[in-house]
Every structure is written in structure tokens, then in C-alpha cells.
Write a protein that binds this ligand. Structure first.
Ligand SMILES: *Cc1c(COP(=O)(O)O)cnc(C)c1O
Length: 368
């Protein structure tokens, strides 16, 4: 079965082998060396001043940023499940939450953020997804963060890049915190989350807040090459291995270029066979297709053609196909996916199969 969901993504063999070694103790010189190497590569990937890892899923890192960056009032962009989650975390901690709510296919507008900040000077922090995974939507985070810093540099800007870090080049110059997670673009099993910090971010965190998710306490330890609590040793060994592959062997430019080619070729080839893209501004992490028969298509893909793609959540349940582009995906597999979708459309009696999806995919992917 080809796993083509936007998280979890398949774990490469070299990484699985690295993680299969016997457990080593987390307070040893051997592990410290691995930890420090992983940390340096992570900072390089994130293009931030510092980075902190937690043994948690991505939501833990989201919680860490809400807790440590919002003093009183936060502004949240909610265009899907993950944006909504920032608000829910804020409310759980008794923060005042101002929400900019959008349909799940609509990117946030710079002017809306600007207006909200001008209207309410008590807002001290801003939270957004780079790619909102519910609808495969790319928010204009670079433009928004630039505008926020021009208006009021003391507003902390937190970007959830769980489906963007390792997918595409991100301009991090106006971000104070950048969140990543193991099971999406980093092709690891779930259970490790990361927060990149800018120098203002570090300053803002100060002494930190909270207990387990205290960014200052963790940062201090991690700069010394260890963790405040037991490190997720196996996952960190995997992280070091995958970052060596992505940064040193493949190269980030090559990774981003190939992901972009696969994403573009998938989008255009599926549109060529009559399917409809869901988001107004698609992210490269995944292609989201809106279709009334999405569930039927997914079932045929899984049972007949051995391809497993994700569906929609909540209000889009049964209406979306979400096809992953994150990670090191073989082009022949990506091409098989669009072909299988074209075959499924014939099975449903919607369109006679003529190999158009594969043709368009290859023309675009291999274009100079
Ligand atoms: C997957 C994801 C998360 C985190 O989810 P977990 O299940 O806690 O790992 C957060 N934000 C985005 C945009 C995601 O895609």
C-alpha cells in the first residue's frame, strides 16, 4: 500500500535502521554527541537563531508557544482545524483570544491582521499556520509577519510550520517562533516536536512559563547538549539521520525543487482530468481536491489500486482528497497516484480513461 497521507509519511529505510539500534542512555556522552548534531542540523533547517525539541506530538509545541508567548491576549488566524486548535489552547490557559475566521479554502488577508492589531493594542501575540493542513491552504505568512513587525515589533509572531518546514523555502526573518513536528515533512514516526526561536523570541520567552513546556528551561538544557527531562532518544537518533539525508545528501534546494515539481505536476494533472482544487492558494505540502464523490474515490484507490490518501475533516468530511507531497517521494509513485485517480474516475463512470493525468504529470515534472 502506498501511504500518501499528509502525515504520517513513510519513514525511509536508512532512518528505520538507525532507529533500530539498542537503546542508549540519554545522559551519556554518546547520546550528547548525537543530540548536538541533530540540534545543529535542526537550527540550519529552520533558519532560526535557536531550536528546542520536545517529546510530544506537534500539538505540544503549539501549547508551548501559546503558554510562553501570549501574556494576555492573542490574535489567531483560524482557517481550519489547526488554526482553531491555537484558539482552543489559548482558552484552555485562560488567555483572551481574538480570532480571524476564514473559510477553509481562503488564505488570511494582511489587511485583516493589520486592522485587528490596530483596533486592539492589547494583543501581544499572533498565531498562524504556514500551511493549514485541513484544506491544504498556504497562508501569506511572510507578508503578514512583515506587516506585523512594521506596525508593532513587540507582537510575538508564531508560525506553525508542521506542514511547511522541510517542504518549501520559508522566509523566517519576521518570525519569532516556528513549529515543526516529526511525522510530516520530516518523515519520522510521531512523537517529537520542535520550536525554532528568533533572538527576539528568546528575549520574549524570558524565564519561560509552564513546567514541561517551559521554553526557557528547555532551551537552557538543550544548549548544554541535554534535555530537562528524558530525551526521546530513538526519535532524536532518527532526526539526526533524516536531517543528514535532507541537508547533506539531497540538499534543501533540491528537496524543495522536487517537492514543488511533484506538487505542481499533481495539481495540474488532476485539474486536466476535470477535478477541482480546493484551496484558493494551495500549499506544496499536499494537494487537496474537492469532490462530492471523494469517499468513493478514496475507497477505490485503497481497495483496487493500493493507494491510501487522506479525506477531509469535520465539515469537509467525505468531500476532500488530500494527497501528500511531503518528504522524499519517488516520482514514479507520485505519478502512479494521479494515474490511479484517473482510473478511479473511469471506474465511477465519470470519464473514459486515456492516460491524460500521467501525460500531463510527466510533461510538467520533467520540464526544464
Ligand atoms: C499535524 C499538524 C499539527 C499537529 O498535530 P499532532 O497530531 O499533534 O502532531 C499541527 N499543525 C498542523 C498544521 C498539522 O498539520
Amino acid at each position: 500500500m502506498l501511504l500518501f497521507t499528509p502525515g504520517p509519511t513513510p519513514v525511509p529505510e536508512r532512518v528505520r535502521i538507525a532507529m533500530s539500534a539498542p537503546t542508549i542512555h540519554h545522559r551519556t556522552a554518546e547520546f550528547k554527541k548525537i543530540f548536538q548534531e541533530a540540534r545543529e542540523l535542526l537550527i540550519e533547517l529552520m533558519k532560526m537563531e535557536e531550536a528546542v525539541m520536545f517529546a510530544s506530538t506537534g500539538t505540544g509545541a503549539m501549547e508551548a508557544t501559546v503558554l510562553n508567548f501570549c501574556k494576555k491576549k492573542m490574535l489567531v488566524v483560524n482557517a481550519g482545524k489547526f488554526g482553531e486548535r491555537f484558539s482552543e489552547i489559548g482558552r484552555a490557559f485562560g488567555k483572551e483570544v481574538v480570532e480571524l475566521k476564514y473559510d477553509w479554502d481562503q488564505p488570511a488577508k494582511v489587511t485583516d491582521v493589520e486592522e485587528a492589531l490596530k483596533k486592539d493594542p492589547q494583543i501581544d501575540s499572533f498565531f498562524i499556520q504556514i500551511c493549514e493542513s485541513s484544506g491544504g491552504l498556504r497562508h501569506p505568512v511572510e507578508e503578514i509577519s512583515e506587516r506585523i513587525k512594521a506596525l508593532n515589533p513587540s507582537v510575538a509572531v508564531v508560525a506553525d510550520g508542521i506542514t511547511a518546514v522541510g517542504v518549501e523555502e520559508i522566509d523566517t526573518s519576521n518570525l519569532d517562533a516556528l513549529i515543526a513536528g516529526s511525522q510530516k515533512a520530516l518523515m519520522l514516526p510521531p512523537g517529537l516536536s520542535m520550536v525554532g526561536l528568533s533572538s527576539y523570541g528568546i528575549e520574549r520567552v524570558g524565564e519561560g512559563r509552564g513546567f514541561y513546556f517551559n521554553l526557557a528551561k528547555e532551551l537552557k538544557k538543550q544548549k548544554e547538549g541535554t534535555t530537562a527531562f528524558t530525551a526521546a532518544t530513538t526519535l532524536i537518533i532518527g532526526l539526526k539521520e533524516i536531517l543528514e539525508i535532507l541537508i547533506k545528501d539531497v540538499g534543501l534546494d533540491e528537496l524543495f525543487d522536487k517537492t514543488d515539481r511533484r506538487a505542481t505536476a499533481t495539481r495540474v494533472s488532476l485539474e486536466a482530468i476535470g477535478l477541482q482544487l480546493f484551496p484558493k492558494k494551495p500549499a506544496n505540502a499536499m494537494t487537496a481536491i474537492y469532490d462530492e464523490e471523494a469517499e468513493k474515490i478514496r475507497k477505490i484507490l485503497k481497495e483496487k489500486y493500493n493507494v491510501y490518501v487522506a479525506g477531509g475533516q469535520e465539515k469537509l468530511k467525505g468531500k476532500l482528497l488530500r494527497i501528500n507531497h511531503m518528504g522524499l517521494i519517488d516520482v514514479d509513485q507520485a505519478c502512479w497516484v494521479v494515474n490511479a485517480i484517473e482510473l478511479a474516475l473511469e471506474d465511477l463512470g465519470r470519464r473514459e480513461y486515456n492516460g491524460l493525468a500521467v501525460k500531463v504529470f510527466n510533461q510538467l515534472y520533467f520540464e526544464e
